[in-house]
Ligand binder design. Structure first.
Ligand code: AHR
Length: 524
């Protein structure tokens, strides 16, 4: 009777207690073979005049009750400073090709329209000086997109003279009268935006002829930017997969190969959102494992796209002088019910944190060619870092990924090899694990590991060649559910927690929670 009871208990236990035997994955990190520098600009942001991205998200005006400095909200500035935003792309997006900078300078601002995004008016109270003040407050560089679609080379040239010149010209006097005597720095210049679509529906050949004119005449006159801090000119590049886009890249790069002293480009942009079906129909909250796995599968297509376009660039630019700048990327989902569909409002979940980590890792693995990227968009729009509602602000799971990745800014890429195994769900099969490693400017080794599997933990054993490791510590980001989010009332649901790692016999051991992003540093 007694032995029968034992057997019965064992059977019941076997069926009720989940077996959490973690998968074991061995990593091999070789610090003696560093790759390219992971350019800090891959952590760039994008702020378009769209919905509440600028107005309310950044700009509340000097008379607002929301604490601000010259009209720019202090809470948002504080949050963005902490993630060391390297550059901000502004004023669009599609908005850039209908933006006329003169409406946004001086004491009188004219109200215009924003036909692309929600059919609202544009107050133009946030213009050149306010943008420059904002990036100065957070310590970022300016990535300014000029209007190629509905503007003129003269308008763009004058804007650059207004912003960057030091000599006593009429435009410089006007800038000084508007409050800024010294020249502004413009680190990156976008020559149009999606000129194949909202930016003017141009053919590749037509765009190339426009690009040459803008490259020639839209000059940066800032005396501090004439040599090594030269402004980088970014041409419009592909916007997806397929022959239309490879043809675009071929045309621009072929032209670049023939470029003369009179014009040049330093970068080619690429736009690639994780959407699955267009128009975006996946929800940003209230989804399950099926949508989780499908979105992650789709986002991993970034790898193939970058490889394909890098290969074309290699043909015309084997020295990799022209950077690939993925200046719009991220998850694009259905607008939140009740929001203006033109405002592109969505929530941001643990799934987005994992999506962000996977893309940042892809960029890092292509660090020799991908030297810039801008997630869309920084505040209140698409895959945002920050969500605001009047005086309230909440930081998203994606924000915390950018924070955890700060040590990777300008760090040297270190190769990591591993057999990731597979996470499968329904018809989806994707690698169970992703990882990158890098050595920061102080020589410290960093490791990022993402466990994509939402159900199984993973045990890591990482062999560290080329260093004598003593200890390791770090942070991990996970949450109860794949669609867990941070809200104004529960702002800490998806926030990083410390993780303990063990170093023994030169190997690093740690256990990763299911659906998690982990960053650890190694003490030597
Ligand atoms: O980020 C939203 C929009 O997506 C941008 O304005 C445009 O460039 C892209 O199509």
């Amino acid at each position: 009777m007694r032995s029968l009871l034992v057997v019965f208990t064992l059977i019941v236990t076997a069926f009720t207690v989940p077996i959490m035997a973690a998968q074991k994955i061995e990593l091999s990190i070789d610090t003696s073979k560093p790759g390219a520098k992971i350019d800090r600009n891959i952590f760039g942001q994008f702020a378009e005049h769209l919905g509440h991205g600028i107005y309310e998200g950044i700009w509340v005006g000097p008379d607002s009750k929301i604490p601000n400095t010259r009209g720019i909200r202090n809470d948002v500035v504080g949050a963005l400073k902490a993630i060391k935003v390297p550059n901000i792309r502004w004023p669009g997006g599609c908005f850039a090709d209908e933006y006329h900078w003169r409406k946004g300078v001086g004491p009188q601002r004219s109200v215009t329209l924003n036909p692309n995004w929600g059919g609202v008016t544009e107050a133009n109270t946030f213009g050149t000086h306010e943008f420059m003040d904002f990036i100065d407050q957070i310590g970022a560089d300016a990535y300014v997109s000029v209007n190629v679609g509905s503007g003129t080379p003269q308008e763009a040239a004058e804007w650059l003279e207004y912003m960057t010149a030091a000599a006593s010209t009429a435009l410089v006097k006007e800038r000084a009268a508007n409050g800024h005597a010294s020249p502004y720095k413009v680190a990156l210049l976008g020559i149009g935006n999606e000129s194949w679509d909202c930016g003017g529906n141009m053919t590749p050949d037509y765009y190339v002829s426009q690009m040459k004119i803008y490259s020639r005449f839209v000059r940066n006159f800032n005396p501090a930017q004439q040599d090594k801090h030269q402004m980088l000119k970014i041409a419009v590049g592909p916007g997806g997969d397929g022959p239309r886009w490879t043809d675009w890249t071929e045309t621009v790069m072929k032209a670049y190969q023939q470029h003369t002293w009179s014009w040049d480009i330093n970068g080619l942009s690429m736009h690639n959102y994780t959407v699955v079906h267009w128009p975006p129909s996946y929800t940003s909250v209230g989804f399950g494992e099926t949508e989780y796995s499908q979105i992650l599968k789709s986002t991993l297509e970034m790898e193939g796209l970058i490889s394909k376009h890098s290969a074309i660039m290699d043909k015309y630019d084997p020295e990799k002088k022209v950077a690939l700048i993925v200046d719009e990327w991220g998850g694009w989902y259905a607008p939140l019910p009740g929001s203006n569909p033109g405002f592109l409002v969505q929530q941001n979940s643990l799934r987005d944190a994992i999506l962000a980590a996977l893309n940042l890792n892809i960029f890092a693995r292509h660090a020799d060619r991908v030297r810039g990227a801008n997630i869309a968009q920084m505040i209140n729009v698409l895959q945002a870092m920050v969500i605001t509602d009047k005086e309230k602000m909440v930081l998203t799971p994606t924000y915390y990924v950018f924070k955890m990745y700060v040590p990777f800014q300008d760090a040297m890429f270190i190769p990591v090899t591993f057999d990731a195994g597979w996470y499968t769900h329904g018809t989806v099969a994707i690698p169970r694990l992703d990882a990158i490693s890098a050595r920061d400017t102080n020589g410290k080794l960093w490791l990022e590991i993402t466990n994509l599997d939402p159900n199984e933990p993973v045990e890591i054993e990482a062999a560290l060649a080329g260093i004598t490791a003593k200890s390791a510590s770090g942070e991990t980001l996970t949450a109860p559910k794949v669609d867990s989010v941070n809200t104004f009332d529960a702002a800490k649901t998806v926030t990083p927690k410390p993780i303990s790692a063990k170093v023994q016999n030169g190997k690093l051991n740690l256990k990763l929670e299911p659906k998690s992003v982990t960053v650890v540093s190694v003490e030597q």
